[in-house]
Design a protein. Structure first.
Length: 234
């Protein structure tokens, strides 16, 4: 069954990842996805996953809208991530033990609503990025940030900023901010114009935030890893 999420409802499928280090806290974003009842995953960017360790905290919302925190190792004790060999995406299989099942109930986004075809989103579509810029929204009240944008390119091949391996991306008109990395970029499936809401279909995840492309002129655009890469690792 397909689902359509409002911007507020996207909060239930995303999480903030916070890894304490000697130099401070490394932050990123992630999303819970479900292939079938026996195959739940945590999806994020590979450069976020590589920073994670058994002390990494996963932050979600409790029933009162406050931050609820647990250790990443509660999802998978061995933290055996599957990393894509080319693209900046990784998944962590979630072991649904008794203690974690109530916490994750209703938090998974269906895998079949990830855009697996190798086509970019239309430049006319409103896209919504969800994440935790600089870790904001992951302490106290749970409040992921969203921003709307349009695709500004078709699929283009660029070197990843972390490994320099060439990979396909599409770009957004607006820049990303550190901490958004690993967060989803959705077409929510509806458009609001004035007092009218027009539905266009179910919510579709087009990609996972990679980072910001910038130059010495001050120009900045966001680079997004297309979801068709996720198909290779689940």
């Amino acid at each position: 069954m397909s689902i359509r999420l409002t911007r507020d409802q996207t909060f239930q499928v995303v999480c903030n990842l916070r890894t304490p280090t000697a130099k401070g806290t490394v932050v990123g974003s992630g999303m819970f996805i479900l292939k079938d009842e026996k195959s739940p995953y945590l999806l994020t960017a590979s450069h976020v996953a590589h920073d994670c360790n058994p002390s990494t905290q996963v932050v979600i919302s409790d029933n009162n809208g406050n931050c609820q925190t647990f250790l990443l190792s509660q999802l998978n004790k061995t933290l055996n991530w599957t990393h894509h060999s080319i693209a900046d995406v990784s998944v962590l299989p979630i072991i649904l033990e008794t203690s974690i099942i109530p916490i994750l109930q209703g938090r998974f986004f269906p895998v079949d609503q990830l855009k697996f075809t190798q086509t970019p989103p239309s430049r006319d579509d409103y896209l919504t990025a969800v994440g935790f810029p600089n870790g904001l929204g992951g302490v106290g009240k749970f409040s992921p940030f969203t921003f709307r944008s349009h695709a500004s390119s078709s699929l283009i091949t660029l070197p990843r900023f972390d490994t320099q391996i060439p990979s396909d991306f599409f770009t957004l008109e607006n820049p990303s901010i550190g901490g958004y990395s690993g967060g989803p970029v959705f077409d929510l499936g509806y458009v609001i114009v004035g007092n009218m809401t027009t539905t266009t279909g179910p919510t579709v995840c087009h990609g996972i935030m990679h980072g910001t492309i910038s130059d010495t002129t001050g120009g900045k655009i966001a680079a997004v890893t297309p979801c068709f890469y996720v198909k290779d690792i689940i």
